[in-house]
Ligand binder design. Structure first.
Ligand SMILES: *Cc1c(COP(=O)(O)O)cnc(C)c1O
Length: 211
């Protein structure tokens, strides 16, 4: 992992698009290196792994931690306690539970709802029609700041197919008046920018290959 590599990538990304450095699989020292050159948003997908790094890095107060992994219901309290952003809320039941627990914990996490736009069986998320049906109830939930939608494209799509799925995410977010779209990873970030992403989730592009 090479800091100048990160700065090169950053220079290619419009300033209105935020970078989430996905540090899963990388250690606290590597996070520290990236943080020291101005990156403060880090994404993790496993609670236990994240908590270990958070403990080591607790003095770096500027870091904002984002949870981007599949949410297990019994880990929601730990997630609410330790992450300011949650990108991967994939059902109404979990959202309700996050709201309830956030109230108990006196927290107010920023939330993005993961939507399912393809038939990839390995990826969860709200069905878009169901999301619209539930929208009123969702808007009433307290102690959460609903800022946007998140999507993960299946692997192996053409550039055009990636762009078109991302466009669907953007249109749905616009129709719900949500500012954020968390979309685009190391392999499809350009298409995501073109389609209107506000958060790119970049792992290997920044940190190199995971061991
Ligand atoms: C791992 C991961 C990423 C980053 O993947 P890269 O291909 O390394 O950029 C982004 N989003 C989610 C949800 C992930 O799990």
């Amino acid at each position: 992992m090479n800091p100048s590599n990160f700065l090169k990538i950053k220079n290619k990304i419009p300033i209105n698009v935020k970078i989430l450095a996905v540090s899963k699989g990388f250690n606290s020292q590597e996070i520290k290196t990236i943080q020291s050159i101005g990156q403060n948003d880090f994404g993790e997908s496993k609670v236990q792994e994240a908590l270990e790094k958070q403990l080591i890095l607790k003095d770096l107060k500027k870091i904002k931690w984002h949870f981007i992994g599949r949410i297990q219901s019994n880990k929601i309290r730990k997630i609410v306690q330790n992450f300011q952003y949650i990108h991967s809320v994939d059902s109404f039941e979990k959202l309700q539970k996050i709201s309830y627990i956030s109230r108990e914990e006196k927290k107010n996490p920023s939330i993005m709802l993961q939507i399912k736009l393809s038939n990839d069986p390995t990826k969860g998320g709200f069905n878009p029609e169901l999301l619209i049906l539930k929208w009123r109830e969702i808007k009433e939930l307290k102690n959460i700041i609903l800022t946007g939608l998140m999507t993960i494209n299946p692997k192996g799509l053409s550039s055009k197919e990636n762009f078109e799925l991302f466009k669907k995410c953007r249109s749905l977010a616009d129709s719900l008046e949500l500012p954020d779209c968390s979309m685009g990873m190391s392999g499809d970030w350009k298409e995501a920018i073109d389609a209107g992403a506000t958060w790119l989730r970049l792992g290997s592009l920044i940190f190199g290959d995971r061991y």
